[in-house]
Design a protein around this ligand. Sequence first.
Ligand SMILES: *Cc1c(COP(=O)(O)O)cnc(C)c1O
Length: 507
Amino acid sequence: MTPVGTRTAPAGAASDLATGPEHLLLGSDTAASYARAVVETVLRVSDRVAATPQAFTGISPAALAAEVDQVDLSRPLPDLAAALDELEPLYLRDAVWFHHPRYLAHLNCPVAVPALAAEAIIAAVNSSMDTWDQSAGATLIERRLVDWTADRVGLGPDADGVFTSGGTQSNLQALLLAREAAAGPDAGNRDLSRLRVLASRDAHFSVTTSAKLLGLAPEAVIAVDVDADRRMDAASLRRELAAVAGQGLVPMAVVATAGTTDFGVVDPLRAIADACRAAGVWLHVDAAYGCGLLVSPRRRHLLAGIERADSVTVDFHKSFFQPVSSSAVLVRDRAVLRHVRHHADYLNPERHVRRSIPNQVDKSLQTTRRFDALKLWLTLRVMGADGVGRLFDDVVDLAADVAGLVAADPRFELASVPELSTVVFRCTPEPGLPEDVSDALVLAVREGLSAHGEAVVASTTVDGRHHLKLTLLNPRTTLRDVAQVLDLAAVHAERSLAVIRDEEAVR
Ligand SMILES: *Cc1c(COP(=O)(O)O)cnc(C)c1O
């Protein structure tokens, strides 16, 4: 194989081109060397993926930082092959691999191969989604996918939306639209300090970040109580809405979560929609995690009520097996998107609007934007919506089985019964451990599993107490895989309890 990055000069090409940086720019004369470079790179990655013994090596930040820091960025290597060799110990050797069956930590999925093929197209063609004259057909493909998703949600004939970088940005844009709807165009009415957002205690932190960015008061986000299953309590929501009105404040939006990040529960969407309608409040449904249910053959009913939302966040990079980034914000009434429209004479002049030239920048907070939608397009065209949904159903089934295993095992204590695919629990090597010891065990188990390269798990707090969290998004992880990780967790818990006891004895 010709070394990567070394241009095979077509006959008659200027020979000094091969030594100049311009031979590393994609163009008609470098198309063949580009293909070789990408193929060789992909082969390296596929070799790694085929032989990944563990989800993570457990290397420390300090050890890696030393290696990364000693690279002299002002002195390039001879070619791409050398740069890839150098990258091996800096990144690939110790990367965290989401496809590994013992990666059980956060909302990261193994990715669909058609989506990876799409990445190759996206990167090389490099369309930018802001205007038709930078994207052409890409704009139409994105619009079809937005319509398709809005149709799955059931938002009705006037729905629209746009792809975003992630749930954080989708939530921000939805709340910006809600703010504009609530505050109105009338300057006298725009007292942002009076606006309130109501979300459950377990809503994603990006709701609070968004409120801050939108200029709302520090106390603008009201945490609505959850019930015993950790779903937003609809009666508490109605009470909070009445209290907000009673104080002369303006309820700007209610954020319902369809799949909370920690517990994977879906708030009672119908009851929340009823409360929003009665109070005339914007309903945003954050389905960043739960959007996989939109294609689930067996569990679509869990999202009943989502069709009554004013806006919806979906993260295809969580439950549609898409590579980061792939997300969208959807709205019931496309007219509200006018709040993010900005006319720049050089991008989307008024005459484009008159001639119906579709410019997605009219709907987005971003200007230059990747054609991430193509990943979902190729995935749906090859795997099918049912195929994606079946995979998501599989991980929800797995979580139910794992929860059953944990609940039946005296070494553990299950925090709550999962509705989607997270399992939250504690280790109980002995009954009746003091809370601080129990908290210490959780962190020791998480770190122990990671440091030994045995598994990657997460932790969170439940009512102030540390718990372990497994997020199951890999349909190829088996109950046996998880059972082995649970055994290892129990061993780490026992060991660290013994260490704690020894330390207590010394004191
Ligand atoms: C992950 C998540 C987000 C944030 O999405 P990003 O894609 O990480 O920006 C928002 N809401 C919920 C419920 C999430 O789980």
